[in-house]
Design a protein around this ligand. Structure first.
Ligand code: ANZ
Ligand code: ZN
Length: 865
C-alpha cells in the first residue's frame, strides 16, 4: 500500500478538528471536569523543542482524559509582557505590541501545526487590556484588603535594563537578563504582602502530595522559617552613642556562653550613628552600598567588618564584655539586623573570628568527644551534642538548652524591656512588584499632592498603556510620555499624576490559570465557574519555575480567595516538571560552534565522524548539552514538523526517556519514530478488511493470546499515562504492535482474526493521544464512524489481564494426545469445552462421546472413552 504522508494528513485533520470544534470546552458540560495546563509560553518569536516536549505531554494527558469521558479544559495563552519586547522595539524601532503580536501569530501557527487539542477560543494574551484590566481590578481589591503596601526600600537596580529586579532575578549579583552588576537604590515601591501568608504557604506544602518532592523542598527553603530568640544586649557606657541596648535575633541561644562578639548590619540605625564619628566605618558602609543587595551576593562575599569602638555586656558571664563590629554578612531586612557571634558553632562567625583574632570557645560537645581536649579547627561544629563550658546550661541537649535559656532571658529585663522574646522568622520577603518599564500592566493608582496616593476608581479601569511611545531615551517610556501621566485627581479634581510603574510580569502569570476558566467574563473570574475547574488537575512545566512562579501563584490564589474571586487556596493539584531537550554539540577546527543542520555524520560501527556538509572540513563531535542558541545545537521544530510531521516529533519526544529526565534529540531517534509511524500504517491497512466480529464464538489459542496482548496494553497504557510515564506507555504500544504483526502473519481462524481486528482498533486508540493525526487516518481506514478523538477509551476485560497461563496435557485413555494453554485457574467446564474443541481431540475420539472427563485444575485433563 501507499506510504503514510503526514504532510497531507496532518493539516487535513487539524482542519477537521477545527471545523467540528472538537476541542472547544463548555463550562456547563455536566461531565466531571479535568483541567490540564502547560506553562504558557513567552512569545519570543518561535517555539523551541522544550515547548514541543511540554505541549506533547500535556496533549497526551488532555486527549486521554477526554477519551475517559471527562470534560477537559486545555487552554493556551501568552505571557506577553516583559523586557524583550521593549528591547526589540528599541532595536527595530517598532512598538513592543507590534513585535509581540506578530510573534504570537507566528507561534500560534507553529503550535497549531503540532495538532494540539487546545481550546483556542479561550486564548489570552496578558498584554491585552482585555486581560490586564482584570489584573488591575485584582490589584485594587488586594489594596483594599490590605494585601498591598507601598514602602521605601532598598532595591536591586539593574543599570543596563534601568529597572528594579526582584531578589530572585539577581543571579550571582548580576541581572538575570542583562548580566549587568546590580546596584542598590532606595526607592518607593509597591509590594504584595506575600509574607502575611508565609506560615500558610509553608504548611500547605504538606498537602501538595502530587508535587515533586524537590519542588516542595525548594519552596520550603525559600520561605525559610526559623524559630529563635530576640535578645537584648546592654551597651557599656561610652561617649559614641546614646543607645543603651541593642537587639539581636538568634536561632542558637543555647550557644550564648560561647559568644565572643556582636555584629551589626551596615544598614543598622546604630551603625549610622557610629559612622558619623568614624571615618573607617563610614568608608566600609559606603563600599558595602556599592554592592548588590541580593542575598546570594552577600553570602558569597568575603566576611569583613570594622570594630565600632563600643562593647556590650556579656549577658550570662558576669563581668565579661563583647566587642561590637559592623559586618557585611549581617542583613538589615532579616531578624533585627544584628547578631551575636559564636565562632565555635557557626562557620561565618568562625571565619570572622579568625580574621579579627576573636576568641573561639566551644560550648557544644560532640557525642563522643572529650571535653578537655575538644577544640575547633577551621570548621565550626554545627551538629548535635550536649552543652558544656556553659554554667547552668551544662549537660543539657541543644533543644533543652534553648528552652532553658529562653526562660532565663524571658524573666530578665534590660533597658526597661524583657531581655529575651521567642520569635519566629521567615526568610520570605514581601514581593516588590514595581517595575520602571513601559511594557507591563499599569499599576492603577494616582498620586495627588493634596489627597495623597489614591486607587483609580474601578469605573475608570482599564488604565490603558498609551500607544504613542518613544524609546529614544533609556528608562521608563511611560514616564517620558508627554501627557499620559497627567490626570485629574479622582478625589479633589486637581492636577495629579498617574503611577508610571508597571507590574512585574510574574504578576501576569500568577492568575492566568484562573482567567482561562472564564476568559470573557466582565470580572476577573466568575467564582462559581473558577471553583468548578480549579485547582488545575495537572500542571506541567519547567523546573526553573519551581520557586518564583509557583510560589507567587500560590500566594495569588490565597489573595483572590481573600477578595472573593475564588474559593480555594492551592492552584495546582498535580505538578509535573519535565526534563530538558538536549543535543550533541559540534565544533569546527577553529573552535566555532556549528549547527547540526550544517554537518554530515558518518557512522562506522561505533565510530562516528562528522564533517561540514558543504566544505567537507572535519568537525569534532562534542558533549550533549541543553539546546541553546549560544552553542548552536538547537533543532527547529518547524523544520522537524516539515520533514517528519508533528506526530513523529511528538512520538519521539515521548518515547525516548522518562519525562522528568533530559531527552537527547537525535536524527536516528526521530527517524526511528518515523519508521514506527509507517509500520503502524501498514499494519492497519493490512488488517483493515478483517471482519469486526468473530464468525462464531469459538476461541483458540492464538486468539486468546492476541486478546490478552490487546487488553493488557489498553490497561497498561492507561496506567502509564495517568502516572505520566509516557515512555513506558510507548513501550507497551511497541509490544502490542509486535504481537499484532505476528498475528497478521499467523492467525488464520475466525476467532484469531476477530481478535486481530479488535487489537488493531485498540492500537489506533492507544496511539491517538500521542500521534493523533495518524490515528485519525487509521480510524478512517478501519471504516470507523466519527473521529477517534471523540471515541471513548476502550473497556478492558479483566479476565484478559490474568497474568499466568498454564499448559495442560490432555490424555485420552491414559495416552497423551494434545495440550492446551489456558488461563490459570480456569473453571473445569470452560476447560472441558475448550479441550473438546481441539482438533487433535476430535480426531482421537473418532466421533465417540467420552464416558468421563476429569479436569485437575491447572494440572491435567483426562478423558475416558
Ligand atoms: C547566634 C548563633 C550561634 C547563630 C551559632 C548561629 C549559630 P536562620 O536559621 O537562617 O534563621 N542571623 C540572624 N540575623 C541575621 C541577619 N540579619 N543577617 C545575617 N545573619 C543573621 O539563621 C539565624 C541565624 O543567623 C542566627 O542565629 C544568627 O546567628 C544569624 F552557633 O545567632 B545565630
Ligand atoms: Zn486630590
Amino acid at each position: 500500500g501507499e506510504r503514510y504522508n503526514p504532510r497531507e494528513s496532518e493539516p487535513k485533520w487539524q482542519k477537521v478538528w477545527d471545523d467540528a470544534k472538537t476541542f472547544v470546552t463548555a463550562n456547563d458540560d455536566p461531565r466531571e471536569p479535568y483541567y490540564v495546563l502547560e506553562m504558557f509560553p513567552y512569545p519570543s518569536g518561535r517555539i523551541h523543542m522544550g515547548h514541543v516536549r511540554n505541549y506533547a505531554m500535556g496533549d497526551v494527558v488532555a486527549r486521554y482524559y477526554r477519551a475517559r469521558g471527562r470534560n477537559v479544559l486545555h487552554p493556551m495563552g501568552w505571557d506577553a509582557f516583559g523586557l524583550p519586547a521593549e528591547n526589540a522595539a528599541i532595536e527595530r524601532k517598532t512598538h513592543p505590541g507590534t513585535w509581540t503580536y506578530s510573534n504570537i501569530e507566528a507561534m500560534k501557527k507553529q503550535l497549531k501545526s503540532m495538532g494540539l487539542s487546545i481550546d483556542w477560543t479561550r486564548e489570552i494574551a496578558t498584554c491585552s487590556p482585555d486581560y490586564y484590566q482584570h489584573q488591575q481590578a485584582l490589584f485594587l481589591d488586594m489594596l483594599a484588603a490590605g494585601l498591598v503596601t507601598r514602602k521605601s526600600s532598598k532595591v536591586n537596580w539593574d543599570p543596563v535594563d534601568m529597572t528594579v529586579l526582584a531578589n530572585e532575578q539577581v543571579i550571582d549579583g548580576k541581572g538575570w537578563r542583562s548580566g549587568a552588576v546590580v546596584e542598590q537604590r532606595e526607592l518607593t515601591q509597591w509590594f504584595f504582602k506575600i509574607s502575611d501568608f508565609a506560615e500558610d504557604l509553608l504548611e500547605a506544602l504538606d498537602t501538595l502530595t502530587e508535587w515533586p518532592e524537590k519542588v516542595r523542598i525548594m519552596q520550603r527553603n525559600w520561605i525559610g522559617k526559623s524559630e529563635g530568640l530576640r535578645l537584648l544586649f546592654e551597651i557599656e557606657p561610652n561617649n559614641k552613642t546614646n543607645a543603651n541596648s541593642v537587639e539581636v535575633f538568634t536561632t542558637r541561644p543555647d550557644t550564648i556562653f560561647g559568644a565572643s562578639f556582636l555584629a551589626l548590619s551596615p544598614d543598622h540605625k546604630l551603625t549610622a550613628a557610629l559612622a558619623a564619628h568614624n571615618a573607617e566605618l563610614a568608608e566600609f558602609v559606603a563600599e558595602f552600598r556599592r554592592q548588590g543587595t541580593a542575598t546570594e551576593t552577600l553570602e558569597k562575599a568575603e566576611k569583613k567588618g570594622v570594630f565600632t569602638g563600643i562593647h556590650v555586656k556579656h549577658p550570662v558571664i558576669e563581668g565579661a564584655t563583647l566587642p561590637v563590629y559592623v559586618a557585611n554578612f549581617v542583613l538589615m531586612d532579616y531578624g533585627t539586623g544584628a547578631v551575636f557571634g559564636c565562632p565555635a558553632h557557626d562557620q561565618r562567625d568562625l571565619d570572622f573570628a579568625r580574621k579579627y583574632g576573636l576568641p573561639v570557645k566551644p560550648v557544644v560537645l560532640p557525642p563522643d568527644a572529650d571535653p578537655i581536649s575538644f577544640t575547633i579547627g577551621d570548621e565550626a561544629y554545627v551538629d548535635v551534642g550536649n552543652i558544656f563550658n556553659s554554667g547552668f546550661l551544662d549537660g543539657l541537649s541543644i533543644d533543652a538548652a534553648k528552652t532553658r535559656i529562653a526562660e532565663y532571658f524571658g524573666a530578665r529585663q534590660v533597658d526597661g524591656q524583657v531581655q529575651g522574646k521567642v520569635e519566629v522568622n521567615y526568610r520570605l520577603r514581601d514581593w516588590g512588584i514595581s517595575r520602571q518599564r513601559y511594557w507591563g500592566c499599569p499599576i492603577p493608582v494616582i498620586h495627588c499632592e493634596v489627597c495623597g496616593t489614591l486607587p483609580v476608581p474601578k469605573k475608570d479601569l482599564p488604565v490603558v498603556l498609551p500607544e504613542d511611545v518613544s524609546f529614544d531615551k533609556p528608562g521608563n517610556a511611560l514616564d517620558h510620555h508627554p501627557t499620559w501621566k497627567h490626570v485629574d485627581c479622582p478625589q479633589c479634581g486637581g492636577p495629579a499624576r498617574r503611577e508610571t510603574d508597571t507590574m512585574d510580569t510574574f504578576v501576569d502569570s500568577s492568575w492566568y490559570f484562573a482567567r482561562f476558566t472564564a476568559p470573557d467574563a466582565a470580572t476577573p473570574t466568575v467564582p462559581a465557574i473558577a471553583n468548578r475547574w480549579l485547582p488545575v488537575d495537572q500542571y506541567i512545566g519547567g523546573v526553573e519555575h519551581a520557586i518564583l512562579h509557583l510560589l507567587y501563584s500560590r500566594f495569588f490564589t490565597r489573595a483572590m480567595k481573600a477578595t472573593g474571586h475564588v474559593g480555594l487556596d492551592e492552584p495546582f493539584k498535580g505538578l509535573f516538571t519535565q526534563g530538558m531537550v538536549t543535543h550533541e554539540t559540534y565544533k569546527s577546527t577553529e573552535g566555532a560552534w556549528v549547527p547540526p543542520t550544517e554537518i554530515v555524520i558518518e557512522a562506522n560501527g561505533d565510530q562516528r565522524t562528522a564533517r561540514h556538509a558543504e566544505t567537507g572540513a572535519p568537525i569534532s563531535i562534542g558533549s550533549v548539552e541543553k539546546m541553546s542558541k549560544s552553542k548552536k545545537n538547537v533543532v527547529d521544530p518547524d523544520e522537524i514538523v516539515g520533514t517528519y510531521g508533528a506526530d513523529t516529533a511528538r512520538w519521539f519526544m515521548l518515547s525516548d526517556s522518562p519525562p522528568e529526565r533530559d531527552v537527547q534529540w537525535t536524527e536516528s531517534g526521530v527517524e526511528g519514530a518515523g519508521r514506527f509511524q509507517q509500520r503502524v500504517w501498514r499494519l492497519v491497512n493490512d488488517l483493515a478488511d478483517l471482519p469486526a466480529a468473530a464468525a462464531n464464538g469459538d476461541d483458540d489459542k492464538s486468539a486468546l493470546a492476541l486478546r490478552r496482548s490487546t487488553h493488557r496494553a489498553v490497561a497498561g497504557v492507561a496506567q502509564d499515562i495517568e502516572g505520566l510515564r509516557f515512555n513506558r506507555a510507548v513501550a507497551q504500544i511497541y509490544e502490542l504492535t509486535n504481537a499484532l504483526a505476528k498475528g497478521r502473519d499467523t492467525a488464520t481462524g475466525p476467532a484469531a482474526q476477530a481478535a486481530l481486528r479488535e487489537g488493531v482498533e485498540r492500537l489506533v486508540q492507544l496511539i491517538s493521544p500521542m500521534m493523533p493525526h495518524l490515528a485519525e487516518s487509521c480510524w478512517e481506514i478501519l471504516g470507523k464512524s466519527g473521529l477517534v478523538a471523540d471515541a471513548a477509551w476502550p473497556e478492558v476485560d479483566p479476565a484478559m489481564l490474568v497474568d499466568d497461563e498454564v499448559t495442560l496435557p490432555v490424555q485420552i485413555n491414559g495416552k497423551r494426545r494434545a495440550e492446551i494453554a489456558v488461563a490459570k485457574g480456569m473453571a473445569a467446564a470452560e476447560v472441558e469445552a475448550l479441550v473438546l474443541a481441539l482438533e487433535a481431540v476430535q480426531k482421537a475420539l473418532e466421533g465417540k462421546t467420552p464416558k468421563k472427563i476429569v479436569v485437575v485444575q491447572d494440572r491435567i485433563v483426562n478423558i475416558v472413552v
